[in-house]
Design a protein around this ligand. Structure first.
Ligand code: GDP
Length: 418
């Protein structure tokens, strides 16, 4: 029953913009590939039989085959990538788990991972992980095992562990969203390495803050570096652990507006990545732990509020869903633009180059055909001339022989008479 629910809600998801665009562009490239292969056969024949196409041209055309194949490969791997940052224990892993509706990443004290963890969909039904530089698939049956595997591995903080999780278990993974969890921004001094290795192709960044404290310098610095390297990154800010505010209802609103103002200022005035209106739609107050618990209850068939931690669950739960909706719209549009725009302009330029080359070849074929016709005509004339000559010779010969025979006959009869 829960699977049917996933399928139903999924069809209306803004992520479908990306999914459909990906299918369409893949189909178009499939056609281009077929066309390129067909044309290659034709070009090779022109080279072998008539030498209308020279070696350099043939090689150039072959390079289009490789180009198209390379683009197709990248296309098949294209996905939407979201990366989570913030201090250790702010709840990054919990937010990812809540979005995936399952406890996939280990979270909590003692399970802090000191490396990047990427969760992506896997078509087979199995869950496994792979560490950087190794082709070995480590099977993961449950969360405990995954946590142990992550602890046991001696991993450098900027290395990457890839967790492959069955697509059918989560609609976001099925729609090609890839999640990247980072070590706390308080841990590393190698921000440049982090960004170069893990962030340049991210479509959305989520800064997970602890609503119980203020944004730190390390958290700010990280995003300053990101926005220097990427033009206008899409940044969402989650003020997590908002359930804690239920303990102090008297100052809840003032704390909220203070945080909101600071977050909006950070996005608009400091980073200059958003305008006021957009920034206001990118700041949320949530409880990841509570949302995850609610979703686990839902999966069991129970009402979501059974996962509530504190007073005010419904508002926080709606806010989390609102975040997801805006996040899905943003990531889908951004990924289509940044990823497919590139492919379609490359596709256009490759097909333009092929076309002008083929036009050129066609022209040469026409000239070649006319030339052949001329040669044929010349040859026909010559043969006709020879034939007339031969007939003349034959007639002359016949005449000569005739005369000779008559002479011989005359000589013979004369001799007999004598
Ligand atoms: P990370 O280091 O940023 O990935 O943080 P984790 O997701 O591992 O969370 C650290 C601890 O905080 C865990 O024990 C979580 O259960 C807890 N936690 C995460 N989010 C929330 C929340 O929204 N409310 C509360 N009360 N606890 C949370």
């Amino acid at each position: 029953a829960s699977d049917t629910r996933l399928y139903q809600s999924n069809d209306k998801s803004p992520l479908q913009i990306f999914v459909r665009a990906k299918k369409k562009i893949n189909d178009i490239y499939g056609e281009i590939e077929e066309y390129v292969h067909e044309t290659t056969t034709f070009i090779n024949a022109l080279h072998a039989e008539a030498e209308i196409v020279d070696k350099a041209e043939r090689e150039l055309f072959e390079s289009y085959v490789y180009k198209v194949a390379a683009i197709r490969e990248v296309l098949q791997r294209d996905h939407m990538k979201v990366a989570f940052f913030g201090r250790t224990s702010n709840g990054k892993s919990s937010v990812i788990n809540a979005m995936l509706r399952e406890k996939i990443l280990p979270s909590g004290i003692g399970h802090t991972t000191n490396c990047f963890c990427q969760v992506e969909g896997n078509d087979g039904g199995e869950a496994y992980l792979m560490t950087e530089g190794s082709a070995e698939k480590l099977n993961v049956v449950n969360i405990k095992q995954l946590a142990n595997a992550l602890c046991q591995e001696k991993l450098c903080e900027s290395s990457l562990v890839r967790i492959f999780w069955p697509r059918e278990r989560c609609s976001l993974l099925r729609d090609d969203v890839v999640f990247v969890d980072s070590p706390g921004v308080d841990v590393s001094a190698n921000l440049d390495d982090w960004i170069d290795n893990h962030c340049l192709n991210a479509d959305v960044f989520v800064l997970v803050l602890n609503a119980e404290s203020t944004m730190t310098r390390a958290e700010k610095q990280f995003f300053h570096t990101v926005s220097q390297k990427l033009s206008k990154p899409n940044i969402f800010i989650l003020n997590n652990r908002w359930d804690a505010s239920a303990n102090e209802p008297e100052c809840q609103e003032s704390v909220k507006s203070q945080h909101t103002e600071r977050c909006i200022d950070f996005l608009t005035k400091e980073l200059k990545v958003s305008n006021e209106k957009e920034a206001a739609e990118r700041v949320f107050f949530v409880s990841a732990r509570e949302t995850l618990q609610a979703r686990i209850e839902e999966a069991k068939g129970n009402p979501p509020h059974m996962g509530a931690i504190a007073e005010g669950f419904q508002i926080r739960y709606f806010e989390f869903q609102d975040f997801e909706r805006k996040f899905e719209e943003c990531i889908s549009q951004s990924a289509v633009k940044t990823k497919f725009q590139q492919h379609s302009s490359r596709g256009k330029s490759v097909s333009g180059d092929m076309r002008s080359m083929l036009d050129n070849i066609y022209e040469r074929i026409t000239i070649f055909r006319n030339l052949k016709q001329d040669q044929k005509n010349l040859l026909t004339d010559r043969i006709q001339g020879t034939e007339t000559q031969m007939m003349q010779v034959t007639r002359d010969m016949k005449q000569k022989i005739h005369t000779m025979v008559e002479e011989v006959e005359e000589k013979v009869s004369k001799a007999l008479n004598e």
